[in-house]
Design a protein around this ligand. Structure first.
Ligand code: 5AD
Length: 347
C-alpha cells in the first residue's frame, strides 16, 4: 500500500479503486506509514499550530427529520431552544475576550431564523468584530439567502454532504432531502465566495468502504477548504439507537488520507471523536487534523444540543472548555493559536 500513499502525497489524487484498496488494507504498517506522511505534511503547512473556533449552537429546532440526528423534527423528547440575538452577541463578546477570532454559528434548519433575522445578527457581529471570521452552519438554504449572509459578513459555510452515494443518502435522510440538492448548495456556496466545508460521518448505518471511497472522490473533486469528519454515534431517541458507533481507527485513517489529498485543508478534530474516546481529539490531531472547536454556547442550553448520546463538554463554561483543550494539545506537543486561520491556497 506504500505506493498508493506515495502517489497520494505526490499527486494529491487517487482513483476510486485506489482509495478503496487503501481503505481495505488498513494493517498496522500501512496505517503507521499513512499517519507519518500526514503528520509531516501537516507540519510543513501548519507547524505545530492548532486553530481554534468558538462554536455557538444557536437553535436546536429543525424542520428536517434525518434518521441519525438527535435534534430531528420527529424527536418529541428534545427540549427545544433558540438563542436570542443578545445571547449570541454575548457569546461572541465572551469568546473574543477568551481569544477566539472565528465564531461558528451552527443550528438546525429553523424557519424562525429568516434571512432578515440572520442577516441582522451577522451585520452586528461583523460591525463588532471586524477582525474575526464568521462561519455559518445552518443547512440548506436558497442561493439568495447564502448570498445575503455573505454580504452581511459571513466568510465560511459548513455543510456536510453526509454521504456521496444517493442511495445511502436516502437511507439516512427522508424526503424531501436529496444528495443532489445538497451538492447544489455546496457549489452555490463556493461560487458566492465562501470558504466551504463539507464532510461526513464515519460508520453511519449502512455505510460501506465503497461509500467512503465515493466520499473521498467527491471531496477530491469538490476541493473544499474545510472538511468535518467524525464518527457516527447513536442517539437514543432516533431510529438508529441500536446501531454501533463509528471507530476511532477508521476516522483517524480518513483524517490522514484527507491531509494528503488537500495539504492545506482546515480539518477539525471533532467533538464526536472526543466523545467515543477519552483521547479522541488528540488522536485526531496526531493523524493530521489541525482545528479544534470548543463550545461557546451558554451552559444552560448545552445539553439540549444533543445530536448524539454522551456528548462531551456539556457542563463546562467556555473558558474551561478552551483551557482544557489548550492543555491537551500542549501535552502532545501542539499549540492552540488565536489567529483566525483562513484557508490559504498553496502557491
Ligand atoms: N452522530 C455523529 N454525528 C452526527 N451528526 C448528526 N447526528 C450525528 C450523530 N448521531 C453530524 C452530522 C451533521 C453535523 C452537524 O453533525 O454530520 O452534519
Amino acid at each position: 500500500m506504500k505506493h498508493l500513499i506515495e502517489k497520494l502525497e505526490q499527486s494529491r489524487r487517487l482513483t476510486g479503486e485506489e482509495y478503496l484498496a487503501l481503505l481495505q488494507h488498513r494493517d498496522p504498517p500501512t496505517t503507521a506509514c499513512l499517519r507519518e506522511r500526514a503528520v509531516a505534511v501537516r507540519k510543513e503547512h501548519f507547524g505545530n499550530t492548532v486553530y481554534v473556533r468558538g462554536l455557538i449552537e444557536v437553535t436546536n429546532y429543525c424542520k428536517n427529520d434525518c434518521y441519525y440526528c438527535g435534534i430531528r423534527r420527529g424527536n418529541r423528547k428534545a427540549e427545544r431552544y433558540r438563542l436570542t440575538k443578545e445571547q449570541i452577541l454575548e457569546c461572541c463578546a465572551l469568546g473574543y475576550e477568551l481569544g477566539f477570532r472565528t465564531f461558528v454559528l451552527q443550528g438546525g434548519e429553523d424557519p424562525y431564523f429568516t434571512d432578515d433575522i440572520l442577516a441582522d445578527i451577522l451585520k452586528e457581529m461583523r460591525g463588532g468584530y471586524p477582525d474575526c471570521a464568521i462561519t455559518l452552519s445552518f443547512g440548506e438554504r436558497s442561493r439568495a439567502s447564502y448570498q445575503r449572509f455573505f454580504d452581511a459578513g459571513a466568510n465560511r459555510y459548513l455543510l456536510r454532504h453526509e454521504t456521496a452515494c444517493a442511495e445511502h443518502y436516502r437511507r439516512l435522510h427522508p424526503e424531501p432531502l436529496t444528495l443532489e440538492h445538497r451538492k447544489q448548495c455546496l457549489y452555490a456556496l463556493k461560487e458566492i465566495g465562501y470558504q466551504v466545508g463539507t464532510g461526513f460521518m464515519v460508520g453511519s448505518p449502512g455505510q460501506t468502504l465503497e461509500h467512503l471511497a465515493q466520499d473521498l472522490c467527491f471531496i477530491q473533486e469538490f476541493q473544499p477548504q474545510m472538511v468535518g469528519l467524525g464518527p457516527f454515534i447513536p442517539h437514543q431517541d432516533t431510529c438508529f439507537a441500536a446501531e454501533p458507533s463509528g471507530t476511532v481507527e477508521l476516522t483517524t485513517f480518513l483524517l490522514s488520507v484527507l491531509r494528503l489529498m488537500i495539504p492545506n485543508l482546515l480539518l477539525p478534530s471533532t467533538t464526536a471523536l472526543g466523545t467515543i474516546d477519552p483521547f479522541g481529539r488528540e488522536k485526531g490531531i496526531e493523524a493530521g487534523a489541525n482545528v479544534v472547536m470548543p463550545n461557546l454556547s451558554p451552559v444552560s442550553v448545552r445539553k439540549s444540543y444533543a445530536l448524539y448520546d454522551n456528548k462531551i463538554c456539556t457542563g463546562e463554561e467556555a473558558a474551561e472548555c478552551k483551557l482544557g483543550l489548550e492543555r491537551r494539545m500542549q501535552a502532545i506537543g501542539y499549540e492552540v493559536v488565536t489567529q483566525r486561520g483562513d484557508f490559504s491556497p498553496i502557491p
